[in-house]
Design a protein around this ligand. Structure first.
Ligand code: 13P
Ligand code: SF4
Length: 322
């Protein structure tokens, strides 16, 4: 039925009330819908749980639903499958990848790891299941500092695949982790010059950023954190205006939580490119979600040995993050 595509390409009657139909299918299938903050607003609003990578992994670990519908990117759905091998995990578009996950192919990483004996491997969750099988522990942007600090100071560490997050964690923990050379295509696009100009222009605004941004951008930030952390920050701060350096989808929740505040997306190097949108997250749509729930496809499947091995570092992260 997928015929080489990443999604079910079945025509849908334009008169169909997709919200109603998706909710009906959810009951019928005993399914739970988990959405990331970067997908379109309507896909966040229909979810049972919307959150950052850590919150979504925790929600996947705690659900009793038979089917998990993951509206995000592939590595997130894969993580949900690894935690729940007995459940069906489906996602609207199998091709919703991630530049960080793609930057670290398993064979190349194995060769890199071999160059650093006696190092433990901390893998950012934005990675393939194969990479996780080669890791001692997984982390997300929400718990990276805590995970790194769970190792003794003299323990040698490799951090993969995000060099920007790794650099940032090195700077706040005083560690000297060896970094894999990967980056997020969205967070690397911000223009430090344009952000500095915008901060000058809006002296009443606070600049906040995701740690996947490059160091010069992070140096300008009043607050750095995961998507959930950024969302919490704008609610607790007394400021009324924020310049936000992360994927544009998060603005949906920020505006909902603080309708009286102003949110300005941080400018990219090329202001005509729509670079603040993650092309992978934006592959999700209501139509694809509906078809995926109707046909229970595409489904995430993984070899049993990969599930067994990758579950160990993910479970360690979940245990530390309780
Ligand atoms: P969060 O874990 O902060 O939601 O980030 C996920 C992600 O893909 C960032 O680009
Ligand atoms: Fe990956 Fe970047 Fe998209 Fe997040 S925003 S899913 S890190 S490509």
């Amino acid at each position: 039925m997928l015929e080489g595509k990443g999604f079910i390409d079945e025509p849908i009657d334009p008169k169909l009330d997709l919200v109603k139909e998706i909710n009906r299918l959810k009951k019928e299938r005993n399914a739970v819908i988990l959405s990331h903050f970067y997908v379109e607003g309507e896909l966040q609003d229909i979810a049972d749980y919307v959150g950052d990578s850590l919150g979504l992994a925790q929600a996947a670990a705690n659900t009793d639903a038979e089917t998990i519908v993951f509206v995000g990117v592939h590595f997130m759905a894969e993580t949900a499958k690894i935690i729940n091998p007995q459940k069906k995990v489906i996602l609207p578009d199998l091709k919703a990848s991630c530049s960080l996950a793609e930057s670290a192919p398993a064979e190349k990483f194995a060769a890199f790891k071999a160059k650093y004996p006696n190092h433990k491997v901390i893998t950012y969750v934005n990675a393939t299941a194969d990479l996780k099988t080669m890791s001692d522990i997984v982390c997300t942007s929400a718990n990276a500092q805590k995970i790194v600090e769970s190792f003794p100071k003299d323990q040698k560490l490799i951090f993969a695949p995000d060099k920007n997050l790794g650099n940032y964690i090195n700077s706040i923990t005083g560690r000297n982790m060896v970094l894999w050379d990967g980056a997020c295509v969205v967070h690397e696009q911000y223009s430090v010059e344009k952000i500095a100009d915008l901060i000058d222009e809006h002296s009443d605004a606070e600049f906040i950023a995701h740690p996947e941004c490059e160091k010069p951008v992070l140096l300008l930030a009043k607050h750095i954190g995961s998507t959930t952390s950024l969302l919490n920050y704008v609610q607790s701060s007394s400021a009324k205006k924020f310049i936000v350096a992360t994927e544009s989808g998060i603005l949906h929740q920020m505006i909902k939580a603080c309708p009286d505040k102003i949110f300005i997306p941080a400018p990219s190097i090329d202001s005509t490119c729509g670079c603040n949108d993650c092309e992978f997250m934006k592959l999700n749509s209501m139509q694809k979600l509906y078809n995926c729930m109707k046909y229970e496809q595409p489904e995430v499947t993984l070899p049993e040995d990969v599930i067994e091995k990758a579950r160990i570092p993910i479970q360690r992260m979940l245990d530390i993050s309780k």
